[in-house]
Design a protein around this ligand. Sequence first.
Ligand SMILES: NC(=O)c1ccc[n+]([C@@H]2O[C@H](COP(=O)([O-])OP(=O)(O)OC[C@H]3O[C@@H](n4cnc5c(N)ncnc54)[C@H](O)[C@@H]3O)[C@@H](O)[C@H]2O)c1
Length: 180
Amino acid sequence: MVDRLAREGAKVVIADVDERVLAAVVASVRARGGEAIGVRTDVTELASVQAPADRAFAAFGKVHVLCNNAGVALWLLGVNLPGGDLKPYGIGVSILCPMGVATQIRASERNRPADLRNEAASAPERVELMGCTLGPETAADMVFGAIQANRLFVITHEESLEPFRRRAERLEQAVRETKA
Ligand SMILES: NC(=O)c1ccc[n+]([C@@H]2O[C@H](COP(=O)([O-])OP(=O)(O)OC[C@H]3O[C@@H](n4cnc5c(N)ncnc54)[C@H](O)[C@@H]3O)[C@@H](O)[C@H]2O)c1
């Protein structure tokens, strides 16, 4: 997404807990003539999230697109879930619901905090996600299209439809059973 937005002329502030990721992504944007700043951020700490916001406003004045995309594979709650409803402020929101995308997500164990490590530090079992695996560029194109059209959901894989249908059926059944 950084590459896609930078290609469109966006100036990017990259917030990541991993300094090596920051250095590599900032360098790749700058190598193509773009403007990028990296700020080490841990999204599980509110105070830490203020830093990239301050840097963005100080360096570029405004923020037009915010991608709340930090995430890990195995200890999700603190990192992936916090969010908010921004409609009252006139801010469009698009929610990316991906299946497999070939990113660094399978290497996310490197960022697991010590207090969230399991006792028996065996290698985590490899989980195969449903559906085909998309390239990150394809997912980024989908996100960019959704931002432009202000679409709420970005569903990357048609294979999602069947589980969505089954979930809707179970919810409908639960409503009937609760009433009965
Ligand atoms: N890639 C997939 O197949 C897939 C499928 C479903 C959902 N997702 C979700 O997509 C989102 C993006 O993941 P990705 O596929 O780009 O993975 P990725 O590992 O390539 O990128 C995620 C980035 O988040 C950073 N990060 C981890 N913990 C952090 C923290 N506490 N604070 C700040 N940064 C932190 C990592 O260093 C990493 O650079 C995640 O929420 C992931 O759960 C990905």
